[in-house]
Design a protein. Structure first.
Length: 255
């Protein structure tokens, strides 16, 4: 099996595969029974299936709901935010913002493109963290208007920032600045006949065959990309694209 080949390759190239930290996660749809796999042998170590596993900082469960990952992120963020608020009176707004970026925003931004399409109540949990962090930076009260506080900090709401990250990755993929395995997921829209939209740099949106298709990158990225104004899609520089996209999202959400 492929795990044995990975273990052999690592032995030949000096790295060590920690078998005791290896986890087995069986992914399946919520309405389907998971595959009957009792355990997997990894170089003599028996690995039993686990209900969840951590990968690049995110906690994935068998149904890819990411609910446990969101809960863990919120718990860690509020822990750091409580500590920052205790010394807020001794910090300047600039220093407070640096701490929030280091301990809070970095956790909210970590692999957040995976969160697109999650239920609203999960996104709201993350938004509560961002609202609390913004209030700590600006020294505003709990019941002040959150949108005005975020606008003051020039900070996009969580749901819009997720879309911003996906659009940024899409732009890089279309301009040879992303790995090939991402670029291969995108394709230009080629109409069957000559249309005015042929020169608008649109992407082909694949047909959703299952209810989970709306969360995959190959569907989300073209959908968000095609919704942008023509002048933004035609941006020639990455910095120009980032500025225009963020301004576009601010106009449609915060103003």
């Amino acid at each position: 099996m492929c795990v044995s080949e990975i273990d052999l390759w690592m032995l030949c190239n000096k790295p060590k595969l920690n078998r005791r930290k290896t986890e087995l996660l069986i992914l399946s749809a919520w309405h389907l029974q998971p595959s009957p796999i009792e355990c997997v042998d990894v170089s003599g170590e028996q690995i039993n299936p686990s209900p969840s596993a951590r990968n690049t900082g995110d906690i994935l469960n068998e149904y890819m709901s990411l609910a446990k990952s969101v809960t863990s992120t919120c718990k860690a963020c509020f822990f750091h935010l409580t500590n920052i608020s205790k010394i807020r009176d001794y910090l300047s707004p600039a220093d407070t913002e640096k701490l929030v970026h280091t301990f809070i925003k970095s956790k909210l931004d970590n692999a957040n493109s995976l969160l697109h399409g999650l239920p609203k109540f999960l996104i709201d949990h993350l938004q509560n963290v961002q609202n609390a962090a913004a209030r700590v930076i600006t020294h505003t009260r709990k019941y002040d208007h959150n949108k005005l506080v975020l606008k003051q900090l020039h900070c996009l709401p969580v749901s819009q920032h997720i879309g911003y990250k996906i659009l940024l990755l899409t732009y890089k993929a279309l301009n040879s600045q992303a790995p090939c395995y991402i670029t291969e997921l995108l394709g230009p829209l080629v109409p069957t006949r000559s249309l005015r939209s042929s020169s608008k740099n649109l992407l082909n949106v694949p047909v959703k065959l299952v209810r989970y298709g709306h969360r995959c990158f190959s569907f989300v990225a073209p959908s968000l990309w095609n919704s942008l104004p023509d002048d933004i899609r035609q941006s020639s520089l990455l910095l120009e694209f980032k500025t225009h996209v963020k301004t576009h999202l601010f106009i449609n959400v915060l103003i």
